[in-house]
Design a protein around this ligand. Sequence first.
Ligand code: DWN
Length: 412
Amino acid sequence: MGEARVNECRCCKTAIEESMTFGQMPIANAFLPKSDSYNEYFFEMATAFCSNCFAYQLLEQPDAEMMFHENYAFYSRQSKFMQIHFKSYADWVLENYLDNPDNSFVVEIGSNDGIMLENFAKQRIKHLGVDPSSNVVDEAIKHGVQSIVSFFGLDSSKDIKGEYGLADAIISANVMCHLPDLNDIAKGAHNLLNEKGVLIFEDPYLGSMLEKVSYDQIYDEHVYIFSALSTSKIFGKHGFELINLAPQETHGGSMRYVFAKKGQRAIQPIVQEILGDELAKGFDSAETYKQFKENCENSKSRLVTILNNAKKAGKTIAGYGATSKSTTILNYCGIGPELIDFISDTTPIKQNKVTPGMHIPVESYEFFKENIPDMIILFAWNHANEIIEKEKDAIDKSVEWVTHLPNFQLKI
Ligand code: DWN
């Protein structure tokens, strides 16, 4: 069903060893209809660090078709803040990298429901979204975004080039870290881009994950957690160089990477600054990932203690946001319906189902409003500002908000 556990780095074929295991894990977005018995797919979710290209990666990943299909449960438009973010991402690309927008062609890898490309579509800039999940592609088309159902790689880049011509920018957000064969992606991007073309992507940042102990960034879909060090090594092998970086607050701390064909564009000073910072913090050393393992174990016992104590005190507990990330927290910590009564989520496709692996009911936001618990565990902590703004006057101040992150300050 899934890929066999690898013993060499996916990018450079160097031998790799397990850094830590999170145990048996289901598909993060495989919410299940309520039932008396469940037949689910599990894989061992373990990570490794490559001492050659510095890629922090999963040792085993389920097949892409098991994760991305016509019932994919994540629509980017759920968050108002993300809509604003993608508008500013699109504007940033336009301002900095499209020298002649009227004659430009922008391709997005993993374009989901068109949340980013619609900003180009509205300005009549030639664009194409490429995404393997037909349900989100249908949604993108409804929003006027030209999109095709496909995985991106060297083969599809040839088809796109044949039909639409060379691209000026290939962009993506929260997608590149999902793609196991980065060599194929890099070849495809190099083939499709014109000489001055740029490859721009942003993904959860390794530095933020290590600092916050946000181990929930690791789940089946996220086969890599990137750094500037690892991306520059991986894409550097394929004729690209890292020319710019832009740290982002989204998704709990992300990094935007800009690559150009070697020698074609100036390298911004921030690239050296961040590479130096990553070396100083030991992102190139296995010791760093041993410490991370210990931090995850401490975080797990802290969270389980908080929830057990609350339950013993007779409190009701609900989750806020049935995120993909919550699948990692719940299954790694062994937290089920005996501790969390339900999880509220605004995504209709997740509602009236149970969470993967631990089978906690997922209910609508309306249900949540009628059943406000004594304690809320904020699984959508990466949207904390938006959620707190929405809830601060609606939810009684006596309700306790917690997260699994040891140093996360929730200002309610
Ligand atoms: O990389 C990925 C990221 C970008 O999105 C994908 N692999 C899948 C997905 O991951 P996630 O599910 O962890 O993403 P979010 O954005 O943290 O999910 C938020 C969830 O919380 C959604 O299901 C919607 C829900 N939500 C809610 O119920 N009320 C969100 C907000 C803001 C709210 O107010």
